[in-house]
Design a protein around this ligand. Sequence first.
Ligand code: NDP
Length: 297
Amino acid sequence: MVADVLDGKAFAAKLRAMVTKEVTRLKDAHGMTPGLAVVLVGDDPASQVYVRNKRKQTVEAGMHSVEHRLDSTISEEALLALVGSLNKDPAIHGILVQLPLPSHIDEALVINAIAPEKDVDGFHVSNVGRIATGQAAMVPCTPLGCLLLLRDRLGDLSGLNAVVLGRSNIVGKPMAQLLLRDSCTVTIAHSRTRDISGVCRRADIVVAAVGRAEMIGADWIKPGATVIDVGINRIEKPGGGTGLVGDVAFAEVSQVAGAITPVPGGVGPMTIACLLANTLTACCRISGFRAPATLSV
Ligand code: NDP
């Protein structure tokens, strides 16, 4: 079997087009423009690239975009004050504080200071609880992107065996909650899991989010399974230079799986598209308009 490659880039482009259309409709019908504020502390090069891409795509979708670049020495108090002012700003519907933050700042304190309805990253403890209890929530962008890809490929996920590899707060745990909400039978595997390849081999759906280059081989995968690779790992290439690979050994797993996301071009592009979708959803909910059902959970 040779797996179908799930084109996250193309799917994300469709998603962004839907968001852009809805943004135009909101503007025309209600004079409302969704606004996203991104807060970047320090000069981490990877974070700078992410923030630049987020801004570009936010503007392209017709949204209002605000960026706050702060020195790495900023105090926790000053950062909390900025978040407080963004919470009150009626032109801002989504607030994203780019992680990681410098070690002198308590990340959880800052994230939980964001108004939950503006928490477009879905990391606020209130949104975590709302997802776990089946209530309307802001959903973390990467797991939301994975879920949309899975629904697009498989339709109804009900009754399928899903294994999530990784239990982080930003990917593994919310992913498992979303799959459970869609009535999958969910197993979360991690570094202490016994016979992890055997656990994985029982899955109809595998979501890999461990951050270990090409750890998941063909013998971990049930023939025909759908494999979503969240991992982004930079490796030395044999001929020199570096390249990006996922947590899944793509070449061999694609001989066994039914469908697989590539790295790059799979989950990555979905993450920013889902950030735009979340900003639109937040704007609709805050303003009392119906949020498009296909873009939210
Ligand atoms: P974390 O490091 O926070 O979590 C990794 C998880 O993988 C942990 O739960 C850990 O287990 C588990 N793990 C690590 N090694 C093994 C192993 N050998 N066997 C089994 N489980 C293992 O990572 P994130 O969740 O933040 O990210 C995971 C990957 O996804 C990274 O490559 C990251 O770059 C990528 N990523 C991609 C995004 C995108 O947009 N495409 C967005 C976010 C992340 P334990 O808890 O027991 O330590």
